[in-house]
Design a binder for this molecule. Sequence first.
Ligand SMILES: CC(C)(COP(=O)(O)OP(=O)(O)OC[C@H]1O[C@@H](n2cnc3c(N)ncnc32)[C@H](O)[C@@H]1OP(=O)(O)O)[C@@H](O)C(=O)NCCC(=O)NCCS
Length: 360
Amino acid sequence: MAAPGDTEIRLLRADEREPLLALLGEWEMPAPWEGRATDFFRRYVERDPSFETRNVVVAERERRLISCVQIFPRVLRAACEGGGGLAEVPVGGIGSVFTRFEARGQGVSSALLERARAEMRARGLELGVLFAARHGFYTRLGWHLWPRARPLWRRDGATIQPEAARRIERFDPARHLGEVFALHRAHDADRPGTCVRDADGFRAQLAFAGNPDEEFLLARDAAGALAAYVRGIVLEGLYCVTELARRAERAGADALADLVVTLMQPRDPDPLAPAGRASEALRALLVGPCVTDPALDAALDARGVVRSRFSSRDLMLSVLEPAALARRLGVPRRPEDDDAGWLARAWPPERMTFWPADRF
Ligand SMILES: CC(C)(COP(=O)(O)OP(=O)(O)OC[C@H]1O[C@@H](n2cnc3c(N)ncnc32)[C@H](O)[C@@H]1OP(=O)(O)O)[C@@H](O)C(=O)NCCC(=O)NCCS
């Protein structure tokens, strides 16, 4: 879709970070970012190591930025048919999709998204990833909704407290970063649909994953060794577990389940409880990440956590480089395949963990 003729579509210039943030500052965001949209987006501009001005596509009209789209280059682990461990796939995340109010409905954002796809292809990114509620808009532009089963963990009268001897502490980057990063790497190494983060990326990501605050708890075994961690934020009034990791053995599942029930305990004061929402109610229901872990499920059952699942309809994918992606995943395309049909075989939703902490 072409933007109106008086609109220039181009990449952001080096001296345009503040104009970009001023544009994004017009986004009417819900609490807790109400009136603070510039602060929200500044994290992705100043703290994300993948930020480069060439990763932002903008529209300019009458010497003003009126619309933007940010590309977030990432590497995702993917199951690869034919063995040999997981493949690492260069993907392009899409976020910060915004058009100034008075320029909406004229095709500007559609044109920017098309340009962003071309930019991602030019950089060798093979799959586009975005999180959105406006599915029709993105579907018309070549994106596919990729619903995933997401767990709900509910506390009720039978839910028990963590083992009394369990050592649980708050994550402190100054003291714990090394051991936490090591557990993250070991846990995610064979988990498809997770983002590859190096130590710097892990540290940097801490600065923009919160919303604005996150809870990050560690659990240790009797010998004091790290056994599990969990991260959580409040999003649209719901407590969301945004990432977790555990040691592979059974004790790791028990430690992680103890962390989950710890998150469920009401507290006073509760720094995460939104205004007017009691801690008791907020923590009665946790939205889990899209993770398949039977040993964790068993450990949660043993603690009286009521488990269910719902279909999470937020992730959308777009195949950017069909041939390269098919080679990388070891799943050839059949003549009758369209992108969605091929993706359903090559990268089914249950292989797409994508921690909410990695969202953009
Ligand atoms: C979502 C958003 C980015 C769209 O920007 P936009 O520049 O208005 O986008 P477009 O003009 O390309 O498309 C918007 C609609 O106008 C339609 N449209 C585009 N050109 C048109 C034209 N010339 N005549 C009539 N309709 C047109 C599109 O088909 C689209 O329809 P849809 O909403 O039913 O899908 C904008 O509304 C916005 O900034 N919203 C707030 C932030 C936000 O929600 N971002 C997305 C997060 S997922």
